[in-house]
Ligand binder design. Sequence first.
Ligand code: PLP
Length: 397
Amino acid sequence: MDYNSTTPLLPKVQEVYIKELNFYTNASSLYEGGRLGAKKIEKARKQVASLVGAHQPKEIVFTASGTESTNTIFNTMIFEGKKRNRNLIVTTKIEHPAVIQSVKRLKSFGFECEYLPVTSEGFVNIESYETAMNKKPLLVSIMTANNEIGTIMNIKNLCQKAHAAGALFHTDAVQAVGKIPFNAKEMGIDYASFSAHKIYGPKGVGALYIKEKSPIQPLLCGGEQEFNLRAGTYNVVGIVAFGVAAEEALLNVKANSDTIKKLRNRLANGLLKAIPNSTINGPLSTSLNQLNKKNNASPALRELPNTLNVSFPGAEGESILLHLDLLGISVSTGSACASASLDASHVLVAIGLDPALAHSSIRFSIGMFTTEKEIDFVVRKVPVIIDQLRKMSPFYT
Ligand code: PLP
């Protein structure tokens, strides 16, 4: 129940990964083995470029993670800010720490930063966005889909407004790609970050989309790998496996998301029905209501098909997590990267939950290998745990 944290390898990806472990040649070497390695990388570049709708494969640069991809863009701004004489970075209050911490670091370089508020469903507040654009930012960074509540932003529209203000536009698409169609060309974005391990590929490999002619500076300097944009000996096995995962994701995104959405809705309806006073956080709350009323008017793609965030007042999130863990059910409170922190989820607070309710919230995120049987198991077990915890709580009546 924690696919947003990471995903298992697809069998096809695992097969390729194991096979490629035998390939050890440095892909930058000029002899035959090196040239073969380079060929493998170019194939993977094409596969990833197709998945994300790049104009051409050379707009893809392989990195070691989504986090590194995002850091590369923010590092570029240190150079670009001087050239353009701009120093404002605009983002939202619900970004992943990879963005939030990168913005924070730029502050220490003298940049101004604006974290825009979001609506109760997690969409960017358009009025404050337009006001921020009037201040002529250098960079706008807004995630395509939120990892905790699944909100899908209207990136094309936001990007158009940013460009009209002369700003560059980056999106953290780590949670979106593979779950919903993603087309960089159509959205017009300058940069996007991706990660293999969220799309049934291996850990330790990511990608950065850089639209041709958009400014870019390497984060890692050294060798000439990746068009001089990312130094370091190639992780051929990871990159090849990422390519296969990307190809599979492109083939299956629609079918997978339809099946996964049905299972997620079964989970949501099951939990809401069995647990009094439980509420869904994020746009799914409205979408599910409309769906249950057989009113299919809900505009398409407001939320990820696989994510469900629920508040269970009177039961503390970490306790729920640990009780579920004992049953072999893995869930998350806040994002996995922040789960060691006892602060309430910044995303839930940003959409207006009071910190106590935010602390009583659990994220379920499912994927390709989730079964109906598993969903029904969770729907049976969670209510028992919530009931126990509520009975012990001095605050819950
Ligand atoms: N951005 C989002 C929205 C994420 O959910 C994650 C991972 O949880 C990341 C970035 C970080 O990606 P990576 O683990 O590849 O560094």
